[in-house]
Design a protein around this ligand. Structure first.
Ligand code: IVH
Length: 668
């Protein structure tokens, strides 16, 4: 018989060693999935043999968000979690425990919303933000100060003067719904993996290596916990009010409750009203108000006894995970999809759920055949939120791991640094990538060629078309050799190809399918460089000078044109007569509607870019100047315009208009 104690000790030693390789040396020597397998094996053995329990076992660690690329910092006060409750009954139990814990002394409860983002701890010294640290494993977190400094709602310097010399404040970093939708729409257009929910998006953004990317996604931060010596108040509520006066975003929906009924009323109210909030919430947090009473109640190993969370009910169903398939998209991004037994959820039948990426699969610890919980929260696509490990039996299937190789062409997948997605790098040899690029090229928003995915498939399978340029070599004879093609349909397609040669340059550029170059980016690049040749030779500096073109896009454009194969396709398309520059006609769509007017542009816009507005002003005879002066006629104001600029404009009697008013001036 096997020596169970010895096996458990061995697993603990090995896992400890691999933790060290991963977290300390940042050089793991086994895959995350293998690590997980060992962890599961240990968990199973420990559950079966409680006599070997050990609080220092690697299984006892709380979940960690530590990553390799950031400096790690010890938390002065550990970042604990909260006990969860799911019913009024359990909330009542918490209330009763508190009554007993305080020996019947009266107490108040502060009710707050539980914000569903990623937690952050900020340290301020002498009124200035010193450091921002993620939760990490609760004891140590990642120093993400540079990224956090880009979040506008976080004060870098405090207001007033009644703050302690040194203190810590904790809160939640959130991605508002509107911004979440905007980013996912953009990602969809660029065939990047979608964020599952605002929480993942916020956490992912905070771990970006490039603070400029963080700044471009408008994160927000709400605060709910002040720590330190010499705090301004002996009550939690008082401290939050003080923090608000120093410039922190402390939600004003916090409320003092004096009876269990007050708490239940708060829960009932916010279970409804939270749907109107700009950010995601997943419950209520209840905290004893008096700090003295908090100290008396103290902590358990994992959470405070003076606080608890109540989780809102999401619409949830239970079903069976039958299989996980992996789909390869046009850019080579690989998306895992769960195939489920059909189940009714929030009025629709759900058969599939996106598993998003390797991290999410890892976090869920799934086996084929598992009974899984499927929820439709704020997300568009249903998601698997957990698995019923207790329902597992000897028959349960293999652990679900992300595949190492492309399911279509067998090439080893790569995961770029800082990204959640895996890609198949075999761009020119992987069928769904080849077909996907052609499908993209012919879409309405690009070349608008009259051809569906089946035709692309047939043409590719018959060996006629491997890239966009091959399309223009097709003959009636080629098409007639395929099944289901007749003379008329063949001629129609060739006519459509001929017509596509008039499609404007920016759409040709979009059609090339350069990663991160969506419709809007293509337009921006087209107008900034005017010709394909200029764009192909553009330097990194020249590219990032263009409004809203960051390094990531710039690098992608450079990489595209550095590839000999791509250059050849572009040059063949040019020979075929496709539009490779912004036409004179586009350039000459001029009028004199703004003649003699001096217009200053400030802020960020949603309908057009600043460059486009600048071009429009010039196109219509106006002049665009950079600073407001006595000569300025209009200030075209977008979002996030500095207050100094609008003050100055008002004082100078300059008319302030928004983008709609401006566009109306052009169409009047
Ligand atoms: S108080 C010791 N208040 O929930 C108490 N936490 O499971 C510390 N959270 O890690 C937390 N809204 O990320 C507190 N109003 C709120 C909260 C909140 C969201 C998160 C936080 C924490 C987790 C606790």
């Amino acid at each position: 018989m096997e020596d169970t104690g010895g096996r458990i000790r061995q697993l603990r030693r090995d896992l400890g060693q691999h933790n060290y390789y991963y977290y300390v040396l940042a050089r793991p020597i086994i895959s995350d999935c293998e690590f997980d397998r060992m962890m599961v094996a240990l968990q199973v053995l420990e559950a079966e043999h409680p006599e070997y329990a050990d609080p220092h076992s690697p299984t006892q660690r709380v979940g960690s968000d530590l990553s390799k690329e950031f400096n790690q910092v010890l938390h002065v006060y550990p970042m604990l979690s909260l006990g969860n409750t799911y019913s009024e009954g359990e909330v009542g139990d918490f209330y009763e425990r508190t009554v007993r814990g305080l020996n019947g002394e009266p107490f108040e409860i502060v009710a707050e919303l539980k914000y569903d983002g990623t937690s952050i701890s900020l340290i301020y010294e002498k009124g200035r933000l010193l450091r921002a640290v993620t939760r990490g494993d609760g004891t140590r977190g990642d120093d993400v100060t540079a990224n956090v400094k880009t979040i506008r709602s976080i004060p870098l310097k405090l207001m007033g003067d009644n703050f302690p010399d040194s203190f810590e404040i904790r809160g939640e970093i959130l991605l508002p719904w509107a911004e979440f939708d905007r980013i996912n729409k953009e990602r969809e257009e660029q065939e990047e993996l979608l964020f599952a929910n605002p929480r993942n998006a916020a956490a992912g953004t905070l771990k970006q290596q490039n603070p400029a990317v963080v700044a471009s996604r408008k994160l927000d931060a709400y605060f709910y916990y002040l720590l330190g010596e010499n705090l301004p108040s002996e009550s939690h509520y008082g401290n939050l009010e003080a923090a608000r006066s120093w410039g922190f975003k402390v939600p004003d929906v916090i409320q003092i409750c004096r009876t269990p009924q007050d708490i239940f009323d708060y829960i009932a109210r916010w279970d409804m009203e939270r749907k109107e909030l700009p950010v995601a919430t997943d419950g209520i947090v209840l905290k004893v108000n008096s700090l003295r009473q908090q100290r008396n109640l103290g902590f358990t190993a994992k959470s405070p006894r003076w606080a608890i969370s109540y989780k809102f009910q999401a619409e949830r169903a239970v079903t069976r995970l039958n299989a996980v398939s992996f789909q390869v998209g046009r850019t080579g991004a690989v998306t895992p999809v769960a195939n489920l037994d059909p189940v009714l959820l929030a009025g629709t039948t759900v058969k599939r759920a996106s598993l998003h990426n390797a991290d999410i699969i890892e976090g869920l610890d799934l086996r084929i055949g598992d009974r899984v919980f499927v929820e439709k929260g704020g997300e568009i696509i249903p998601k698997i939120v957990g698995t019923d490990t207790e329902a597992r039996d000897m028959m349960s299937g293999a652990k679900v791991c992300f595949i190492p190789r492309c399911p279509e062409c067998g090439t080893e997948l790569v995961r770029p640094k800082g990204e959640a997605a895996h890609y198949c790098p075999n761009e020119t040899g992987c069928p769904p990538q080849i077909k996907g690029r052609i499908e993209h090229f012919v879409t309405r928003k690009a070349m608008d060629i009259n051809m569906g995915p089946e035709t692309v498939e047939d043409l590719h399978n018959a060996g006629f078309v491997k890239n966009a340029a091959d399309l223009y070599k097709l003959t009636v004879h080629d098409l007639l050799s395929l099944e289901r093609w007749a003379d008329k349909s063949a001629r129609n397609l060739l006519e459509s190809l001929r017509e596509s040669k008039n499609v404007p340059f920016e759409r040709v550029l979009y059609g090339l399918g350069i990663r991160y170059v969506g419709e809007t980016v293509a337009k921006r690049l087209a107008y900034a460089f005017r010709t394909m040749d200029e764009l192909a030779e553009a330097s990194l500096e020249a590219l990032i000078k263009v409004d809203e073109i960051g390094e990531r896009i710039a690098q992608s454009v450079i990489a595209y044109f550095a590839d000999e194969g791509n250059r050849e396709i572009v040059s063949r398309l040019k020979e075929e007569g496709l539009q490779m520059s912004v036409s004179e006609e586009q350039l000459s769509q001029r009028s004199e509607k703004l003649k003699g007017l001096s217009i200053v542009i400030s802020g960020t816009f949603s309908l057009h870019s600043r460059d486009e507005y600048k071009a429009m002003i010039e196109q219509h005879g106006g002049t665009n100047s950079s600073a407001v002066s006595g000569k300025t006629d209009y200030l075209l104001a977008g979002d996030n315009m500095g207050p100094a600029k609008s003050d100055k404009a008002r004082k100078a009697g300059v008319k302030i208009i928004d983008e709609n008013e401006f566009l109306n001036m052009l169409t009047e």
